[in-house]
Design a protein around this ligand. Structure first.
Ligand code: 13P
Ligand code: SF4
Length: 358
């Protein structure tokens, strides 16, 4: 029962004390978030994993790529545990490392290889969204590239354009397009790489004129949001503030009043002094939690059909109880480790992000 699980989790956490640190992403359900020592967006959780070096285990209530990142940034003796190994991210899975390697080879044929031009710029700098495998982060690190999250994508693109003529952006086409557009880059300079076709299917001239080559990935949760939902919210709630996550399609971001990471959304609501109506375009668990925490405001999700991230939802309190109790019994289960060959360049790409200055 829920009460029994609650008792078991609290008992195991109390017995473990500082030995275990439980991290929770905003999209986790409340039944899991209530046990988190630290809650945040993917950037904040990565920095939390880096900072809290005293815990021998980091229990990551989030998805697989976040746990991999925590493993990369935490100490070598620390174990990062993902309570349910089936908690992946469909977007991260859309950038398969073999496809990426193949695309890179073909791009190098177009750009004449990896060397600086007379201005000291590389032909293209690979940038990957945090929502990607460690293997892809490693690839990016090996090719002079960098990681970004939804809270620092603009800063990271500036970093990349200081070093290269173009950017190859993985895996989220929407975050890439929305960020580049806000920097003044035209849509005609953002072709999308099509992995299903040989190079001939991609327009070589278009690739030469590109500023940002987009990968074809997307988030199945955020692609559901539409401008029709925004029109409806504005018609029904005059004065509504519409805030969406930048993983939403470009027309949705354009039609919204603001866009930003999960933490930007949280701060926008916490900073509102007058009672306000907010229509939010992001995962439902965060929207419902914000609504419950701010009864002075009216807060609802743009999508009337409940849209949880199904993989985030795979972290059930039952798994949390199991991994904590195993730890207490001296057994580390569901440990996430990134192999050394990948870890070194992946860490480099992450460290570049952490030290990139706006
Ligand atoms: P944040 O970086 O905003 O936490 O988003 C992570 C994510 O998976 C969004 O879908
Ligand atoms: Fe991946 Fe989307 Fe879920 Fe975020 S909300 S973890 S991008 S599937």
């Amino acid at each position: 029962s829920a009460e029994e699980l609650d008792r078991r989790i609290l008992a195991a956490k109390a017995a473990l004390g500082d030995r275990a640190l439980v991290l929770g992403h905003y999209y986790q359900r409340d039944e899991v978030i209530r046990y988190a020592d630290y809650v945040g967006d993917s950037f904040q959780l990565a920095t939390a994993a880096k900072a809290r070096t005293e815990a021998e285990a980091i229990i990551f209530c989030g998805v697989h790529f976040m746990a991999e990142t925590a493993d990369l940034l935490s100490g070598p003796e620390q174990a990062v545990i993902l309570p349910n190994l089936a908690a992946g991210c469909s977007m991260a899975d859309m950038a398969d490392i073999d496809q990426v390697e193949e695309a890179w080879e073909q791009l190098m044929e177009v750009y004449g290889g990896e060397s600086e031009d007379a201005d000291g710029l590389m032909p293209i700098i690979p940038v990957t969204y945090m929502n990607s495998s460690a293997a892809l982060k490693g690839f990016v690190g090996r090719h002079g590239g960098i990681v970004c999250t939804s809270s620092n994508a603009t800063t990271v693109l500036h970093w990349a354009f200081a070093r290269g003529r173009r950017v190859l952006f993985f895996p989220d086409q929407h975050l890439g397009r929305n960020t580049a557009k806000a920097m003044g880059i035209g849509l005609e300079q953002m072709p999308m790489w099509n992995p299903r076709r040989p190079l001939g299917g991609n327009d070589a001239q278009g690739l030469l004129e590109a500023k940002v080559v987009l990968w074809h990935g997307f988030c199945s949760v955020h692609k559901r949001f539409t401008t029709a939902q925004i029109d409806k919210a504005r018609a029904e709630h005059p004065g509504v503030r519409v805030i969406v996550h930048p993983e939403c399609p470009m027309p949705v971001v354009d039609a919204a009043d603001e866009s930003g990471s999960t933490d930007v959304i949280r701060r926008a609501i916490e900073g509102a002094e007058e009672p306000t109506t907010f229509a939010i375009g992001t995962e439902i668990n965060l929207v419902q939690r914000l609504a419950a925490a701010h009864p002075q405001h009216t807060i609802f999700c743009l999508d009337p059909v409940v849209c949880p991230c199904s993989t985030m939802y795979r972290i059930h309190p039952g798994y949390l109880a199991w991994v904590l109790e195993s730890l207490l019994a001296g057994e580390v289960v569901n440990r996430i480790t990134v192999g050394q060959d990948v870890a070194e360049p992946a860490r480099l790409a992450l460290e570049r992000m952490l030290s990139a200055k706006p």
